[in-house]
Design a protein. Structure first.
Length: 161
């Protein structure tokens, strides 16, 4: 796509278009390559990754309602180390900025994930998932303004991305 009017800049990140897939709905970023034209998105945003692999919550995890749906996935994911080994090379070939969504059960776990990927030059930015409400027994970090501030402050010290 060659439309200069759609180009935007967010911090140091330059995007061809402001259209971004939502994390969690786009898999790890490579699953839809045969279904859609990636030229029309500004960046790839991965499914949220945690330090360890997670099977997520047991089924049933999605309930369809008359006016929407309820999901209870529970951050099912392959973890940052497997993502690095199995997915990163494929995503780099797509020549799009890569925004990695990071989550976890604690600020320390999120920090560990960011530290692991911060030096990977192909990772353009991080999305912090501080609000996942469907991990049993876990209060989302985002529900506490002080915890949210502490998380962002700690992560910002780890990376300029």
């Amino acid at each position: 796509m060659e439309c200069e009017k759609l180009k935007i800049k967010i911090g140091n990140l330059s995007l061809d278009t402001p259209v971004l897939p939502a994390s969690g709905t786009f898999g790890y970023g490579d699953e839809l390559v045969d279904v859609m034209d990636y030229r029309f998105i500004g960046a790839i945003i991965t499914k949220t990754l945690t330090w360890n692999e997670s099977k997520g919550n047991p089924p049933p995890r999605i309930w369809e309602l008359e006016n929407g749906l309820i999901n209870n996935i529970g951050l099912q994911n392959i973890g940052v180390k497997r993502f690095y080994k199995e997915k990163l090379k494929k995503l780099i070939r797509m020549k799009k900025p890569l925004i990695v969504s990071i989550g976890g059960k604690s600020i320390d776990e999120i920090s560990k994930c960011v530290k692991f990927l911060a030096s990977v030059k192909e990772v353009s930015a991080f999305e912090l998932n501080l609000s996942c409400p469907n991990i049993h027994g876990l209060k989302p970090i985002s529900e506490d303004p002080e915890l949210t501030f502490n998380a962002i402050t700690k992560i910002r010290r780890l990376t300029s991305k």
